[in-house]
Ligand binder design. Sequence first.
Ligand code: PAF
Length: 282
Amino acid sequence: MKTVESIIELRSVLNQFRAQGLTIGFVPTMGNLHHGHLSLVDEAKQQADIVVASIFINPMQFGVNEDIDNYPRTLEKDKEKLVAAGVEILFTPTPDIIYPKGLDKQTFVEVPGLSSSYCGESRKGHFRGVTTIVCKLFNLVQPDIACFGLKDYQQVQMIQTMVDDLSMPIKIIPVATKREDSGLAMSSRNTYLSDAEKAQATALYKTLQWVKSRLAENQEFEKIELIARSKIDAAGMRTDYIDICNAETLEPASAGDSNLVVLAAAHCGKARLIDNIQVSLS
Ligand code: PAF
């Protein structure tokens, strides 16, 4: 695996692959890699000839009260995992390379509407940061396909919307969430949890499964959401939101919608965890 930090080197290496007619798959990450990330690499390897991964802890997607300095940095271990997974190129730019004029003067990309609901409501500016960096990385790597984990369901929807709206010639591949045996969705943020908190945090997915089973019986959305919230809180977490939505538009679900997704976020100890479950009503 070749690790490159500069944009000039990245472009020159990628041009050589492109000149050979090879297709490029891309897996953007913020590092602290786990099996979820590696499943994105596996998928990219199946869909493209060459896989490029990036590790960049993107300051633009962290809020003022979110601790970017303490975000886990595990570059050497991450590199070993990416080599074992068969990644050809790792791009590890610094903030100065990505945002040379500073964040305040950086042009941004924002998907209207979707960027200010659910996680966007609790984390103001977060999705602007995500779509801006993903757009910029897409312009640098120019991949044929790019893989994103479905744990961040709203993020995948926003990136697909950006790609459609801006006519980017990139196929977005959503990849199923990887879970611990307990059901807890794998996340870089799980490293903030003690063993006791990890046990508490299983309530998030258990509650989502409970919501799915209730939806099979009736569609009293608001009532189900209220009970779900109390279940998460009763397990010792603090619910941020749990909302039953139309899986395509992410609007609150309405009677007659058959393709649903239940989106949830909750605080557990120092971590803010997100998860979701898709529900198809026949
Ligand atoms: O999902 C993530 O890890 C990040 O939001 C992403 C897509 C790498 C952009 O920084």
